[in-house]
Design a binder for this molecule. Structure first.
Ligand SMILES: [Zn+2]
Length: 313
């Protein structure tokens, strides 16, 4: 069996030029994305500008395309989607329509390709292996292709949405860097995005920690640690030693989020590839969002309990 992945996460969330593995180890008998018609009817969640809400969308190939590809033989992979060496490679226009209002739509230009040649004949054939057993030829093929897909165009451009907690938490300057960092992420600009996130950590990490030290669920020693080391240049010692003093909700991560975030600012940007920067920026964003969210939750927990105590007094 090959592994075919549905395109919903890809269509809903992936930025431009980020590749998604749509099929692993292609087998000719299994249904897959070797023809634009196979993408027709895929559903995914997307923001409807008419209804201002996330709705279910359906991907459609345009009518001319349905006519053209629909008239092809069903048992072979069409020449039109293959390059000369039989590697899959085509770009096609699709329309995602909101199934709720049946009016709003988004245009996608999708590029689909494989890393190895695809057998043109879609019918399976059998051949003897070393032991004389008959097996499907694809199973004997050690270089079965993976099929990838990326967005090369989206219209209208997706809106950048900033996490609500983050928006409340940062000041104007950091909020601006954060927006630019996310914007770079949405266009798959790794180095740019990572640079913005590093600036945010350099400026905000100690501030976040100071706020955490004010929480009832934090150990009092955090404040001591901060004042001890803030005066020296050994600020990293704070992050190294903070873990057992953090609120349980942050300790639940199992790893020290402050140490990990701080480490991101110490390594030179020039030693990292575009792809590595992109991965790091994505992960920093996830950790940062989690830490800020936890901080807010802990704060509101305290407020709730204070209110409850007041009422009982
Ligand atoms: Zn709609």
């Amino acid at each position: 069996m090959h592994k075919k992945h549905r395109l919903n996460t890809f269509l809903s969330e992936f930025p431009l030029y980020k590749k998604f593995c749509a099929v692993e180890k292609f087998l000719r008998t299994e249904e897959c994305y070797t023809n634009p018609l196979y993408l027709h009817g895929e559903t995914f969640s997307y923001f409807c500008e008419n209804e201002k809400e996330i709705k279910t969308f359906e991907l459609e190939a345009p009518d001319y395309s349905l006519d053209f590809w629909g008239n092809m033989r069903g048992d072979t992979v069409p020449e039109e989607v293959l390059k000369e060496n039989d590697v899959l490679d085509f770009t096609h226009h699709f329309v995602g329509k909101c199934k709720s209002c049946k009016n709003y739509h988004v245009d996608f230009l999708l590029h689909i390709w494989s890393d190895n040649p695809i057998p043109k004949d879609e019918l399976n054939t059998f051949r003897q292996d070393d032991k004389g057993e008959y097996k499907p030829v694809d199973e004997l093929n050690l270089n079965r292709a993976n099929i990838y897909i990326e967005k090369v165009g989206v219209k209208p451009e997706p809106q950048i949405t900033i996490d609500k907690n983050i928006q409340k938490y940062f000041d104007r300057e950091t909020g601006n860097w954060y927006y630019k960092g996310i914007r770079c992420l949405s266009e798959n600009f790794g180095i740019g995005s990572f640079a913005y996130f590093r600036r945010i950590i350099e400026k905000e990490l100690i501030e976040i920690l100071k706020e955490i030290s004010e929480l009832n669920s934090s150990d009092d020693k955090i404040k001591k640690l901060i004042s001890e080391y803030s005066a020296t240049t050994q600020i990293y010692s704070i992050y190294e030693n903070i873990f057992p003093l953090l609120p349980k909700s942050l300790q639940a991560l199992g790893d020290n989020p402050f140490k990990i975030l701080y480490k991101q600012t110490s390594e030179g940007l020039h030693s990292l590839s575009e792809k590595e920067c992109l991965e790091r920026a994505e992960n920093i964003n996830l950790i940062l969002k989690f830490v800020v969210k936890t901080l807010y939750e802990e704060k509101s927990e305290i407020q709730k309990i204070r209110k409850a105590i007041k009422k009982l007094k």
